[in-house]
Design a protein around this ligand. Structure first.
Ligand code: FE
Length: 233
């Protein structure tokens, strides 16, 4: 039986938050929760009668503050984060190949996919890939800060994510064009930045982007290293 995440959206930062519900209908996990939607997310958990087992981050975000620390306090969930992101406050520091288990038999596989940031990971659950800012729909995340590397992102996507089955659904951390979900098959064939590009072309394309510094980076990254709790945990 295919199972889908519940996709939630923050209009201000165009961030997707994903609620994963176990087949038993009781246990849940949240990926990339946003501070300003804490109440919305708590209401979803209450409305659906869910016990939050994990709050997960795909990376230390530069454009919004996470609610992972507050969610952990309020629900008893455990925080799981990529080991390479400097988020020391979390219970679980995730490495490539790790498996997170929740509910009765749910498994979330951890794939280290550096490039947007050095520590970025993607998560794979029941044929659903949560690709963070590594792979976006018809695009990818920027690679010019937080240890980012266009060459590393190219290899993360082409060698790792594009080798997943074509039907794998792609759920990105952001979308700025009103899109919500794609598949590995579509992105492998049609992604404007990564399909049919050599590594050299891609690195040159990313170097030419010349993007402005994110407005919130100096606030958001230090806060997110504390799971969003600005005054410590
Ligand atoms: Fe990001």
């Amino acid at each position: 039986m295919p199972m889908f995440p519940i996709q939630l959206f923050d209009v201000e930062s165009s961030t997707f938050t994903y609620l994963l519900v176990a087949e038993d209908g009781r246990a849940a996990a949240l990926i990339d929760a946003v501070e300003r939607h804490l109440q919305r997310d708590l209401l979803h958990l209450e409305r659906l009668g869910l016990q939050l087992a994990y709050v997960l981050e795909t990376h230390a975000h530069a454009d919004h503050v996470t609610s992972a620390g507050q969610l952990r306090k309020l629900t008893g969930a455990r925080a799981a984060v990529p080991a390479g992101c400097g988020i020391a406050a979390a219970e679980l520091q995730l490495e490539d190949g790790d498996m997170i288990r929740f509910g009765s038999g749910e498994q979330i596989a951890v794939l280290h996919t550096p490039g947007h940031t050095a520590g970025s990971v993607s998560y794979l659950w029941r044929g659903n890939l949560f690709s963070g800012d590594t792979l976006l729909i018809n695009g990818c995340g920027r690679t010019d800060f937080q240890g980012g590397s266009a060459a590393a992102l190219y290899h993360s996507v082409v060698d790792k994510l594009f080798t997943l089955p074509a039907a794998t659904r792609v759920w990105p951390a952001h979308d700025y064009h009103g899109q919500s979900v794609s598949t590995i098959g579509w992105e492998r064939a049609h992604n404007a930045r990564l399909a049919a590009h050599s590594e050299g072309d891609f690195v040159a394309l990313m170097a030419a982007l010349d993007l402005p510094k994110p407005r919130l980076i100096d606030i958001a990254v230090p806060a997110n290293r504390l799971l969003g709790l600005r005054h410590g945990v």
